[in-house]
Every structure is written in structure tokens, then in C-alpha cells.
Design a protein around this ligand. Structure first.
Ligand code: PLP
Length: 458
């Protein structure tokens, strides 16, 4: 008999979970105005709100925490971190920052000017925010296939070279860089192939445009290249990562994802001019160049995290768990964005809650129902998140309406995945009885989803 798959680690420290009753959850959700961001974490049983900063560190990371050098300047922790980044990514210049958006803020303060155009494969919201707040524009050049939620192709996060070339040729002299996001978070954690990375960089370089890799889930992307792209099966994750970065000019990183730490980020590049330019903004925004908003112990833990998470077994365990949950949903016939990506499942809420009118926010309603069912916290990526049209002030109902379930790294077991799947099935089985959604009672003018107050209808 073939031995079944099992995690590549065992558990040394545990954190108790809190279960609750449906009556308690009804009360808590009402007090939170039907917005799961307003719940206390202790009111949640299984937390799938995000995979950002929510992972579990290893014994080796925790032991490095004790060795942190908290010197203001020139700490040994910085050099440990710097040499790890240099070894894994092949970049000479490294600037630590407190998280990914801080890396964007520092680098873009130097690079982005009013009127610039910055193409990318679906810029992450903070990336887009840092571009648009500088009165520049972010243009999405992801392949059209990414929009078809049921289409199964191996590299759904790819860049459309035609769309990219159009932007590059129409805006010559006005494109400071292109942002290549791996995995493509916005379309569901979908990977970008090595061929696409190479061809994208070649095309940009032909137009004299450098490429910045937005790298939050670079290791998951490398795992998909190894397991799906011809010619990479026998390469190590570290070899694949090195090749990915050999084509591009710089990276910004949210280490809260594939860095396996709770807080952290960085910029790395081989361009001395960019390094010199970014340095000037690191000091006032983040702090001195050898700590950039992080403790020495954090830099130590990050160095180990980057090393651990570029090992195949660690990624195999992670992706296997996400795919395991997806297989359960297949079994129950629950529709989600296919194929499942690296870090999350996106449930197609409008196909589940068919009887909830679009204007009553089906994905937000499903988010509430799943919490009430079992204390599981997901996140609406739909019409509430889409905000209002800045000109007409109408709700934007044109996009997708999804319930996102992020899986934190090394935190839950497959038994927890079984609970999530069963809870979803229970909601799915009574989907026809759910005929009313939610209505907005109060909202902020921008980024309303974090603080919106909602009323349950019906
Ligand atoms: C999370 C993320 C960021 C921002 O990083 P923070 O650490 O949350 O500030 C940027 N880009 C991508 C692709 C991300 O996933």
C-alpha cells in the first residue's frame, strides 16, 4: 500500500481554539454590525480572514528570536538577513521595511511621478494605492482567461504580452517600471509561468522599462513552476527562485506571506541608482538602513523563514492543504474559482446564494452565514470591497462577488479543513432558504469594507 501524504513537520507548541454556540455568534455578529472585521478574534473558531502575518513560526525561527541583535546601526541581525536575501534572490542591495506596503512606499517615493503609467498583472490594492496616490495610473495587463472562474489553465496569473506591449508602446518615456506580481493575488493566487516571466521582462527591457517583482508569494509561485511547467520538475525551489529573479530588476516583498513571519518586508535590487534613491526615503519613513522598521529579532526570524519556505517539502505541505480543501468542495459541488491557487479559496457567492438579490450583497451574506454556522471567518471580496464609483457614487456591481477563505501557513490541520468544508456544505444545502441579504447602514467614503456597518434583511 502506498503511504499517504502527511505534513513535513510536527507540532511542538499549541494554541487553544475557542468554540462558541450559534446563539453567541448571532449576538456577536450583530454587535459587529454584520462585518467580520469588527469581531474580536476570540469570537472566531477558525480564522481564514487572511494568510498575511498569520502563519506559525518554526522552532528554528523562535530560537533565532533570542539571538536578535538590537543595535541601532550595523546589527548582526541585518547582515544575517541581508546575506540570506542576496543568496536566495541574487540581489546585491537590500533595504528592510516593516511590511510590503512600506517597501512600495519607499521605492515608489523615488520612482513614481505624476502622470506616470505603470502596467502590471493585477496590481495588489496597496500597490495600486501607492501608484494612484502619486497621481500616476496602474493598468492591468493580466490575460483575459483569468476572468473566467471555471477555466482550468496552469498559469492563470500570466501577463498578456499583447496588452503589455500596447501600454509600453503608447506610453514611451512615461513608464518608470512594470510590476510583475507572483503569485497574482488579485485573480486568486494564480501563478505566473517562468516562460511568461522571461518574456515579460524581455518585452519591457526592449522598451527600456525595468521590472519590479511584487513578491509576497514568490515561493508558492516557484512551487507551481516546479510542478506544472515543463523542464522544472528536477530543479529545486531555490534554483527556480534564483532564475525567476535573474530576469527582473528589483523586488518588493511582503514577508508576512512567504517569509513566514508575522511582520516584515523589504526591497532588493542590483540597481545602485535605485538603491541610492530608495535609501533617502527609507530613513524618514522606516528608520535606519539596517533595521527599516523591524527589530533585530524579526530580521533573524525572517532570514530563517525565507530559507525554510524555499524548501520543497514546506511548500508541498502548504499547497496540498489548500488543494485538499478544494477537493472537499468538489465533492460537495460548491462552486469556487478554478483551479484553486496557492493561498486561498474563492467561493462564487452569487452562484451559491442565487436567491439573494445582487443589491443585497450575496458574498457578504455568505460570509455572515458561514460565521453563524461554525464560527469560521472568511472575507468578502465582492461588491462591498468594490466601493462606489468615484463619479456617480453608485455601488459597483459589475465585478465578481466572492467569499475568500485564506489558509494561514502551518496553523490548521486537515481536520480543520474538514470543518470548513462541512460548514460550507451545511450553508450550501439550505441555500434556497436564504432569500435576504444585508443593507448598508453606514460606510466610510473609501475602503469601506473594513468598517462598514450592515443590517441583516428579512
Ligand atoms: C500583502 C501584499 C502586499 C502588501 O503587503 P503588506 O505586508 O500587507 O503591507 C503587496 N503585494 C501583494 C501581492 C500582497 O499580497
Amino acid at each position: 500500500m502506498e503511504l499517504p501524504f502527511a505534513e513535513s513537520w510536527k507540532i511542538k507548541m499549541i494554541e487553544p481554539l475557542r468554540k462558541s454556540t450559534r446563539a453567541e455568534r448571532e449576538q456577536w455578529l450583530e454587535a459587529a454590525h454584520n462585518n467580520v472585521f469588527m469581531l474580536k478574534a476570540e469570537q472566531v473558531y477558525i480564522d481564514c480572514l487572511t494568510d498575511s502575518g498569520t502563519g506559525a513560526m518554526s522552532d528554528r525561527q523562535w530560537s533565532e528570536m533570542m539571538l536578535g541583535d538590537e543595535s541601532y546601526a550595523g546589527a548582526t541581525s541585518f547582515f544575517k538577513f541581508e546575506s540570506t536575501v542576496q543568496r536566495i534572490f541574487g540581489f546585491k542591495y537590500v533595504i528592510p521595511t516593516h511590511q510590503g506596503r512600506a517597501a512600495e512606499n519607499v521605492l515608489f517615493s523615488y520612482l513614481v511621478k505624476q502622470g506616470h503609467v505603470i502596467p502590471g498583472n493585477a496590481h495588489f490594492d496597496t500597490t495600486k494605492g501607492h501608484i494612484e496616490s502619486r497621481h500616476a495610473s496602474a493598468i492591468d495587463v493580466t490575460i483575459d482567461e483569468a476572468k473566467d472562474t471555471q477555466l482550468e489553465i496552469p498559469f492563470k496569473g500570466n501577463v498578456s504580452l499583447e496588452k503589455l506591449e500596447k501600454v509600453l508602446s503608447e506610453n514611451q518615456g512615461n513608464v518608470p517600471f512594470m510590476v510583475l506580481t507572483v503569485t497574482n493575488n488579485t485573480v486568486g493566487g494564480q501563478p505566473v509561468s517562468m516562460q511568461n516571466i522571461r518574456e515579460t521582462a524581455e518585452l519591457c527591457h526592449k522598451y527600456g522599462v525595468p521590472v519590479v517583482m511584487d513578491s509576497a508569494r514568490f515561493a508558492e509561485n516557484a512551487y507551481f513552476i516546479k510542478t506544472r511547467e515543463e523542464g522544472y520538475a528536477d530543479k529545486t525551489i531555490k534554483e527556480i527562485a534564483k532564475e525567476m529573479y535573474s530576469y527582473v530588476d528589483a523586488m518588493t516583498m511582503s514577508a508576512k506571506k512567504d517569509g513566514l513571519v508575522n511582520m516584515g518586508g523589504f526591497i532588493a535590487t542590483n540597481r545602485e541608482d535605485w538603491y541610492e534613491g530608495a535609501k533617502l526615503f527609507c530613513i524618514p519613513f522606516e528608520g535606519f538602513l539596517t533595521y527599516g522598521g523591524l527589530n533585530g529579532r524579526d530580521l533573524n526570524a525572517l532570514a530563517v523563514g525565507l530559507d525554510e519556505n524555499t524548501e520543497f517539502e514546506m511548500l508541498e505541505t502548504r499547497i496540498h492543504q489548500v488543494q485538499y480543501l478544494a477537493s472537499k468542495l468538489d465533492e460537495y459541488g460548491i462552486p469556487y474559482q478554478r483551479p484553486v491557487g496557492g493561498h486561498a479559496l474563492f467561493i462564487d457567492a452569487d452562484k451559491v446564494l442565487c436567491n439573494v438579490p445582487i443589491k443585497e450583497f450575496p458574498a457578504q451574506t455568505l460570509t455572515c452565514e458561514l460565521y453563524l454556522e461554525a464560527g469560521i471567518r472568511g472575507c468578502e471580496i465582492g461588491y462591498i470591497l468594490a466601493d462606489r464609483d468615484p463619479v456617480t457614487r453608485e455601488n459597483r456591481f459589475g465585478g465578481m462577488d466572492l467569499l475568500r477563505l485564506c489558509i494561514p501557513r502551518r496553523v490548521y490541520t486537515d481536520n480543520h479543513m474538514n470543518v470548513i468544508a462541512a460548514a460550507l456544505k451545511n450553508v450550501y444545502d439550505r441555500r434556497n432558504e436564504i432569500t435576504h441579504g444585508v443593507a448598508i447602514e453606514w460606510e466610510a467614503p473609501l475602503m469601506r469594507h473594513f468598517t462598514v456597518k450592515l443590517k441583516r434583511l428579512g
